[in-house]
Design a protein around this ligand. Structure first.
Ligand SMILES: Cc1cc2nc3c(=O)[nH]c(=O)nc-3n(C[C@H](O)[C@H](O)[C@H](O)COP(=O)(O)OP(=O)(O)OC[C@H]3O[C@@H](n4cnc5c(N)ncnc54)[C@H](O)[C@@H]3O)c2cc1C
Length: 405
């Protein structure tokens, strides 16, 4: 079996893993990031780069270059309930340089991080490298076994960072215990073409039993049709005509093109999970990002919280890793730093899921009325700054503290 030795082996080349790899290599730690796919091209993933992440890119001197990539800007978030438009958040007053969400395909963001990482001699990205197990010795994780194009490979490491997403195999293999909080919804993703005459058009469209979120991707709308949990099979059984009708009823401006949905194969199911590990670490292993806490899609914060975890982990672990003395106490400090933000964000998301989304999805409930909180936020512009702050910057924004080695 081929063997590699690094100081940090990061499993997963998503936002958390790529950012952690870049930051650690920049700080002089030898890093291998393993990504099981051969590229980053995955559709229907998070595309929202929030001001907190743009600030991190600025701190790395990468912000301006990043914003030369084609992107769309979202400065305000709007919902439409029973034909009436409500402004939910206004990011234009955030105390940051970038007061908008940059909508950019996730693969462009990850390619950008990969390119930035390759500038550092100690950064190594192994594509098509799938971690299949942890290597343990005397109760400590000392590496991973991976399938790679060069054959089975053992990657020995002082620390394994599991950043392999919401279905993390490394987390499962570690025996770390989690708790799941449940969610009333699942999401069906699909695309419809976008026309210049659509204008802004992006936002949330609420109706009885369903909710549609339209995300501007330039020449098409990425559409998230939110449905009651477990109803995917029934919706497919009802047929395409009923599905198209449901979409057109929510967002009438799409009625002239719902026929573009020719086949349910182009409609992808995201099973929404909200969960969190009780303990994010074991000797030699740390979980971050979705592997430590899968977020609800509400607010589109998943990427940004994952990035914040990576920044905190690099800030706290680069020096002990470089000096070959990373302890469980160091890993516990990362959890202590990031857990409150993950907990609070999930609490806000669960409140919105249970109090509002569940009501929208319940066909038998009273006719849909905008909740009082929403009406107040819409009426008083100052209040629109609070959701913008919670979702745009997060509860615990992290900053890059280490200089490049
Ligand atoms: C359909 C969908 C839409 C979403 N929309 C948004 C949004 O609009 N905004 C937002 O902020 N968030 C959104 N999210 C959530 C967001 O994508 C995640 O929260 C975020 O990507 C988490 O980052 P991560 O790096 O922790 O994990 P992931 O992005 O899941 O990355 C994990 C990586 O690990 C790789 N991997 C997995 N197992 C292995 C293995 N054994 N070996 C090697 N590699 C492995 C995977 O291929 C993947 O690249 C969405 C999620 C989904 C599924």
């Amino acid at each position: 079996m081929r063997t590699l030795s690094v100081q940090a082996c990061i499993v997963g080349g998503g936002p958390a893993g790529m950012m952690a790899g870049l930051l650690l290599a920049r700080a002089g730690v030898s890093v291998a990031v393993l990504e099981k796919h051969q590229d980053f091209l995955r559709d229907f993933r998070g595309d929202t780069i929030h001001p907190s992440t743009l600030a991190v890119l600025d701190e790395l001197g990468l912000g301006d270059a990043f914003l030369t990539l084609p992107h769309r800007k979202i400065e305000t978030l709007t919902g439409v309930i029973a034909g009436n438009s409500f402004r939910i958040a206004d990011l234009r007053h955030l105390p940051t340089k970038h007061r908008f969400i940059a909508l950019i395909p996730q693969w462009d963001f990850l390619d950008f991080l990969a390119k930035a990482g390759r500038r550092y001699a100690r950064f190594r990205l192994l594509m098509q490298a799938e971690a299949v197990d942890l290597i343990e010795s005397d109760g400590r994780i000392v590496g991973v076994r991976a399938r790679t194009p060069e054959g089975e490979t053992a990657i020995n490491a002082d620390l394994v960072i599991a950043a392999d997403g919401r279905h993390s195999l490394m987390r499962d293999r570690s025996g770390l215990e989690g708790e799941a909080f449940g969610a009333p919804m699942d999401v069906l993703w699909f695309r419809l073409s976008r026309r210049d005459s659509d204008g802004e058009g992006g936002g949330g469209w609420f109706g009885r039993g369903h909710l549609l979120v339209t995300i501007d991707r330039g020449d098409y709308w990425q559409c998230a049709f939110v449905v009651p949990k477990g109803s995917d099979a029934a919706i497919r059984a009802e047929g395409l005509a009923a599905f198209r009708k449901g979409v057109a009823a929510l967002a009438p401006f799409l009625a002239d093109r719902v026929d573009e949905i020719q086949d349910f194969d182009t409609v992808k199911l995201l099973t929404v999970v909200v969960d969190r590990l009780k303990r994010w670490h074991r000797p030699g292993l740390l979980c971050i990002g979705d592997a430590a806490h899968a977020m609800s899609p509400i607010g589109g914060v998943g990427i940004n919280i994952a990035i914040q975890d990576a920044v905190a982990a690099a800030n706290l672990l680069a020096v002990p890793l470089r000096e070959g003395r990373v302890t469980e106490h160091d890993l516990a400090r990362v959890q202590a730093r990031r857990l409150p933000a993950a907990k609070r964000t999930q609490a806000v998301q669960r409140f919105m899921q249970d109090r509002f989304i569940a009501r929208v999805l319940d066909k038998s409930a009273e006719p849909l009325e905008p909740p009082l909180a929403l009406r107040l936020i819409n009426r008083i512009p100052l209040l629109q700054r609070l959701p913008a702050r919670i979702f745009g910057l997060g509860f615990q924004p992290e900053h890059v503290e280490l200089p490049a080695a």
